[in-house]
Design a protein around this ligand. Structure first.
Ligand code: ZN
Ligand code: ZN
Length: 138
Protein backbone atom coordinates (compact mmCIF):
# COMPACT_ATOMS: atom_id res chain seq x y z
CA UNK A 1 0.00 0.00 0.00
CA UNK A 2 1.29 3.41 -0.94
CA UNK A 3 0.82 6.02 1.74
CA UNK A 4 1.23 9.74 1.31
CA UNK A 5 0.50 12.97 3.09
CA UNK A 6 -2.49 14.82 1.71
CA UNK A 7 -1.24 18.15 0.33
CA UNK A 8 -4.50 19.82 1.38
CA UNK A 9 -4.98 18.74 4.97
CA UNK A 10 -1.73 16.90 5.76
CA UNK A 11 -3.43 13.67 6.77
CA UNK A 12 -1.89 10.34 5.81
CA UNK A 13 -3.92 8.54 3.18
CA UNK A 14 -3.63 5.72 0.67
CA UNK A 15 -2.33 7.16 -2.57
CA UNK A 16 -4.83 7.56 -5.39
CA UNK A 17 -4.76 9.14 -8.83
CA UNK A 18 -6.10 12.45 -7.47
CA UNK A 19 -3.17 12.90 -5.08
CA UNK A 20 -5.39 14.09 -2.23
CA UNK A 21 -7.14 12.21 0.55
CA UNK A 22 -10.73 10.96 0.14
CA UNK A 23 -12.23 13.57 2.47
CA UNK A 24 -10.51 16.40 0.61
CA UNK A 25 -11.58 14.82 -2.65
CA UNK A 26 -15.16 14.85 -1.44
CA UNK A 27 -14.77 18.50 -0.51
CA UNK A 28 -13.32 19.19 -3.94
CA UNK A 29 -16.21 17.43 -5.65
CA UNK A 30 -18.61 19.51 -3.58
CA UNK A 31 -16.88 22.72 -4.66
CA UNK A 32 -16.88 21.62 -8.27
CA UNK A 33 -20.58 20.83 -8.05
CA UNK A 34 -21.23 24.32 -6.65
CA UNK A 35 -19.36 25.88 -9.58
CA UNK A 36 -21.17 23.74 -12.13
CA UNK A 37 -24.51 24.63 -10.52
CA UNK A 38 -23.75 28.32 -10.45
CA UNK A 39 -22.61 28.29 -14.06
CA UNK A 40 -25.78 26.56 -15.14
CA UNK A 41 -27.82 29.37 -13.61
CA UNK A 42 -25.42 32.21 -14.41
CA UNK A 43 -23.84 31.22 -17.65
CA UNK A 44 -22.37 34.63 -18.37
CA UNK A 45 -20.71 35.16 -14.99
CA UNK A 46 -17.09 36.17 -14.64
CA UNK A 47 -14.41 34.38 -12.65
CA UNK A 48 -14.86 36.83 -9.77
CA UNK A 49 -18.63 36.44 -9.73
CA UNK A 50 -18.32 32.68 -9.84
CA UNK A 51 -15.90 32.69 -6.94
CA UNK A 52 -18.03 35.08 -4.88
CA UNK A 53 -21.26 33.29 -5.75
CA UNK A 54 -19.97 29.86 -4.75
CA UNK A 55 -17.40 30.64 -2.10
CA UNK A 56 -14.92 28.59 -4.08
CA UNK A 57 -11.46 30.14 -4.33
CA UNK A 58 -10.41 31.68 -7.63
CA UNK A 59 -7.36 29.40 -7.76
CA UNK A 60 -9.48 26.31 -7.45
CA UNK A 61 -11.81 27.47 -10.19
CA UNK A 62 -8.80 28.10 -12.42
CA UNK A 63 -7.65 24.60 -11.63
CA UNK A 64 -11.03 23.16 -12.61
CA UNK A 65 -10.83 25.01 -15.90
CA UNK A 66 -7.26 23.95 -16.55
CA UNK A 67 -8.16 20.35 -15.81
CA UNK A 68 -11.03 20.68 -18.26
CA UNK A 69 -13.68 19.92 -15.66
CA UNK A 70 -15.25 23.28 -16.35
CA UNK A 71 -15.44 23.65 -20.12
CA UNK A 72 -14.73 27.03 -21.68
CA UNK A 73 -18.00 26.86 -23.56
CA UNK A 74 -19.92 26.53 -20.29
CA UNK A 75 -18.15 29.52 -18.81
CA UNK A 76 -17.75 31.95 -21.70
CA UNK A 77 -16.95 34.91 -19.47
CA UNK A 78 -14.69 33.17 -17.01
CA UNK A 79 -11.20 34.18 -18.01
CA UNK A 80 -8.15 32.41 -16.67
CA UNK A 81 -4.70 33.94 -16.49
CA UNK A 82 -2.30 32.86 -19.22
CA UNK A 83 0.17 30.35 -17.81
CA UNK A 84 3.07 32.27 -19.23
CA UNK A 85 2.31 35.99 -18.84
CA UNK A 86 -0.79 36.06 -16.60
CA UNK A 87 -2.91 37.91 -19.14
CA UNK A 88 -6.58 36.85 -18.81
CA UNK A 89 -7.56 34.46 -21.59
CA UNK A 90 -10.78 32.74 -22.54
CA UNK A 91 -9.28 29.45 -23.48
CA UNK A 92 -6.08 28.54 -21.79
CA UNK A 93 -3.57 27.63 -20.94
CA UNK A 94 -1.83 30.33 -23.03
CA UNK A 95 -2.91 33.63 -24.54
CA UNK A 96 -2.67 34.14 -28.29
CA UNK A 97 0.57 36.06 -27.86
CA UNK A 98 2.33 33.37 -25.89
CA UNK A 99 0.90 30.70 -28.13
CA UNK A 100 2.43 32.24 -31.22
CA UNK A 101 5.68 32.81 -29.35
CA UNK A 102 5.70 29.17 -28.32
CA UNK A 103 4.99 27.88 -31.81
CA UNK A 104 7.91 29.99 -33.01
CA UNK A 105 10.11 28.35 -30.37
CA UNK A 106 8.95 24.93 -31.48
CA UNK A 107 9.74 25.92 -35.03
CA UNK A 108 13.25 26.96 -34.00
CA UNK A 109 13.71 23.70 -32.17
CA UNK A 110 12.76 21.77 -35.30
CA UNK A 111 15.26 23.82 -37.32
CA UNK A 112 17.93 22.92 -34.80
CA UNK A 113 17.10 19.28 -35.08
CA UNK A 114 17.24 19.44 -38.85
CA UNK A 115 20.65 21.06 -38.70
CA UNK A 116 21.89 18.44 -36.29
CA UNK A 117 20.60 15.65 -38.52
CA UNK A 118 22.33 17.22 -41.50
CA UNK A 119 25.54 17.49 -39.55
CA UNK A 120 25.33 13.85 -38.61
CA UNK A 121 24.87 12.68 -42.18
CA UNK A 122 27.66 14.90 -43.48
CA UNK A 123 30.11 13.59 -40.87
CA UNK A 124 29.42 10.01 -41.85
CA UNK A 125 33.02 9.67 -43.00
CA UNK A 126 34.26 9.28 -39.43
CA UNK A 127 33.32 5.60 -39.32
CA UNK A 128 35.59 5.03 -42.27
CA UNK A 129 38.44 6.80 -40.48
CA UNK A 130 37.98 4.65 -37.39
CA UNK A 131 38.02 1.49 -39.47
CA UNK A 132 41.19 2.55 -41.16
CA UNK A 133 42.85 3.16 -37.79
CA UNK A 134 41.93 -0.36 -36.79
CA UNK A 135 43.43 -1.77 -39.95
CA UNK A 136 46.70 0.05 -39.52
CA UNK A 137 47.13 -1.12 -35.95
CA UNK A 138 46.49 -4.77 -36.66
ZN1 ZN B 1 -6.85 15.81 2.84
ZN1 ZN C 1 0.44 34.99 -22.30
Amino acid sequence: MNLANCPQCGKVYVKNSYNICPSCLKELEEQYRKCADYLRKNRGCTLKELSEGTGVSVNLIIRFIREGRIAAKDAPNVLVPCESCGEPVKEGPLCANCRSKLSKDVHNMREDEKRRAEYKSSSGGSTYMKNRDKFEKS
